[in-house]
Design a protein around this ligand. Sequence first.
Ligand code: AKG
Length: 257
Amino acid sequence: MSIEYTDTQLDKLIRPYGRLPAEMERSLDENGYVVLPEMADPETLERLRTKFDEIVELEGSQSAREHHQEEGTHRIANLVNKGRIFESAWCHPLILACCYHMFGRPFKLSSCNGREALPGGGHQPLHSDWKFERGPIDSAHSCNALWAVDDLTIDNGAPRLVPGSNRQMDRPEQVLDDPEATHPNEIVAAVPAGSVVMINAHTWHGGTTNRSGARRRVLHAYYTAREHDQQQDQRRWATDETRAWLSEEQRWLLDID
Ligand SMILES: O=C(O)CCC(=O)C(=O)O
């Protein structure tokens, strides 16, 4: 799909990347995901780990109340307002360029959260993040950037996904006997810390069990097409402190003009 960047704010956010390399576009179109390596340097990763743990410690049982809590995991939510460090996760131009390729129209941040599968926990059924009617197969309603803050391995709960399932009209629970079970075509996204697994959120995916017990913190920068509601109403949650540093383009991306 060839895309004209007609929206000024979006154009400013994406400009460093413009059009994606053809191979990346092909992977997003055909497989429903692409792995973006070395998106964060070691120092930033260390700061993200520290911040993640601080939020878990500080918020305790209230953690992720703005989104949802999940047994067997630590979840943190509303990260736009939990520290400017997360700006690099939800406003990265390459991720926004990937989103624009998949949406083919303007979009906005829906939510920015974090998730860590705890030892023995983290298994999820295969799911699509979009729970509603799909419409045309080649335009997405939501996209998710899964940021590996720690190394993701086959035994510490890396996400699994089914390549090509972005082109299925059905969601897993509509057609699979058991969405919890291993799918014959699934792959496990074992990637080094600092990588981003960028998915078309219609792609069937889910967390796996953290069997080794190694730390496995992931950030989810989740986007939706502009016409849809956000998972977290950014206007409602935006603090004065956050509003003070947001650029005009970022306010547009959060839809809090
Ligand atoms: O963190 C992951 O491995 C993916 C989690 C996920 O898909 C979800 O929480 O919906």
